[in-house]
Design a protein around this ligand. Sequence first.
Ligand SMILES: Nc1ncnc2c1ncn2[C@@H]1O[C@H](COP(=O)(O)OP(=O)(O)O)[C@@H](O)[C@H]1O
Ligand SMILES: [Mg+2]
Length: 400
Amino acid sequence: MNMEINIEASDFDQEILQQGELISDNLNMLRLEQYPPDAEKGLRSFSLAEVADYLGVTQNHIKKLHLEGKGPVPATTSSGRRTYTAVQMLELRHFLDKNGRSDFKRYVPHRRAGEPLQIVSVVNFKGGSGKTTTTAHLAQYLALTGHRVLAIDLDPQASLTSLHGIQPELDKNPSLFETLRYDDQRKSIKEIIQPTNFPGLDIIPANLELQEYEYQTPLAASNKSSPEGRLFFTRISSALKEVDDRYDVVVIDCPPQLGYLTLTALTASTSVLITVHPQMLDIMSMSQFLLMLGGILESIKGAGARVRLNWFRYLVTRYEPTDGPQAQMVGFMQAMFSKRMLQNHMLKSTAISDAGITKQTLYEVEKNQFTRSTYDRALECLNAVNGEVTSLIHKAWGRK
Ligand SMILES: Nc1ncnc2c1ncn2[C@@H]1O[C@H](COP(=O)(O)OP(=O)(O)O)[C@@H](O)[C@H]1O
Ligand SMILES: [Mg+2]
């Protein structure tokens, strides 16, 4: 008898159950070795040049403060370079605002009276379009530039969660489902927010349980005595009202599907980023996504669900400008809706994908793991994209 006949003879359901378990057990072992459950994610320190960049001042300005004994005291490396922790970077902002002479420039960019909480959803149908990478780097950039940020992982696959050192399978982390659910087990959003290794950035992790929302919502909508589910689209915005005064920006990593999770995020949003990898198939799938989304939003308008955005933009991701067909697709999109496209595109970079392998972002990896030019190019591109989004956010607040 040969093997193949054996496989044919076994039940498919039994076999995939066994294999699912086998993979999960072995992965857990591997992960336990690589990331012990109690390991806390640290954060590297930042060079004088980086600090000057994020604050928007000259290196000399910071050096001078230090020499005059003002502001936080940096550590000095063995080669005599000064480095600051991310917390010190934030302290420096507060110091500059308190002691600076400038009337117009503010280093602490927190929102002021009349500036509403910004809720940015990152969406696309397609897995692999760069949603999680975009969300993580945007949230971290906003935190590094002094904003108070809440990142919400709304994808049951929980990639954003694991990128922040939380292990969805091993840790019992409540997800946003706990505040969205329709029964009496519902928790306050305040109970499920967790800090991250970035000062100024909190996260609401995801896990598979989030998927329950997709099943419970239609059930709750058809419940005759209290059809709460019909107003599902208010659930994230009402939850966020509870923590409105704690944050400047909320960034939501949406699941790659057009279900109730995505719709609830969109109806809570003040702005939307649609990530798109510039390839024919991806753009075709995005066109389907837009048509379906438009149709659904139109049909729930009657129930009072409205998406009122300050802005929405397409972000080109994993772009290789030297690839002819990709460049053509970018040109194609630009010809159709240039005003809605971010001017900066996110280039494909091995620095980003390699960092991802060790569950890190480009903002956390040590620079010396890469060829300098590879790292610098990726960072420059990333900061240009995130800087552009930040200025859209500031514009929505009415700032110059
Ligand atoms: N700019 C980039 N350069 C190189 N690799 C990237 C880039 N952006 C994303 N990736 C990689 O592409 C894969 C899919 O990205 P991800 O952000 O997880 O997409 P999604 O969340 O839409 O499924 C990941 O392995 C990620 O590391
Ligand atoms: Mg993702």
